[in-house]
Design a protein around this ligand. Structure first.
Ligand code: PRP
Ligand code: MN
Ligand code: MG
Length: 188
């Protein structure tokens, strides 16, 4: 077993489900951008989207068009389980995105705050278009309206970890998505 097995109450999305869904999402995005000669710019929202970006970019590569990979680091949750309400840029884009077709690669839409801020930010940098692919979405996401064109899974409003999603920076390396046992929160 792995160190985290004892901390996970139950799995909600398996490794295989994640792999299959990413292949589907990549095909949809590839089809929608097939005619873009300049390809597209994937913007990964670190840290949570690190696993999704790595797998999604490779799946997209099989179907084209060419993609360039860019990274931003944003944080709203910090150490806790509830959003601070403020989006912090920990790492900004390091190149000009004017005129480019941008696809934001995000792990999860929860309140929608991070993405509503980010899509406005990218539009203000004069991207030709901005769409979002999010692997997970919680029902609360409808509170702040964010147009997310590509969504992998709608999941319940529980605090989940794994596949990039953390609790106080841990559990990102768990290969599936699961719910932590309540006593794990109580410990911190
Ligand atoms: C998490 C998650 C999303 C965001 C979603 O990031 O990775 O980016 O929160 O929540 P929202 O829709 O309520 O804004 P977090 O701020 O925890 O930073 P991290 O990616 O470094 O874990
Ligand atoms: Mn994040
Ligand atoms: Mg986090």
């Amino acid at each position: 077993g792995s160190w985290y097995d004892a901390d996970i109450d139950h799995v909600i999305i398996s490794e295989e489900q994640i792999r299959e869904k990413i292949a589907e999402l990549a095909k949809q995005v590839a089809a929608d951008y097939a005619d873009e000669a300049d390809g597209l710019l994937l913007v990964c929202v670190l840290k949570g989207a690190v696993m999704f970006m790595a797998d999604f970019a490779r799946a997209l590569g099989r179907h084209g068009p060419p993609a360039e990979l860019e990274f931003m680091a944003l944080s709203t949750y910090g150490q806790g389980t509830t959003s601070s309400g403020t989006v912090r840029i920990r790492k900004d884009l390091d190149r000009d995105i004017a005129g480019r077709h941008v696809v934001v690669v995000e792990d999860i839409v929860d309140s929608g705050l991070t993405l509503s801020w980010l899509t406005r930010y990218l539009e203000s940098r004069a991207a030709a278009s901005v769409e979002v692919v999010a692997l997970f979405r919680k029902p609360d996401a409808i509170k702040v309206s964010v147009p997310v064109k590509y969504v992998g899974f709608d999941i319940p409003s529980e605090f989940v970890v794994g596949y990039g999603l953390d609790f106080a920076e841990r559990y990102r390396e768990v290969p599936y998505v699961g719910v932590l046992k309540p006593e794990v929160y109580a410990r911190s």
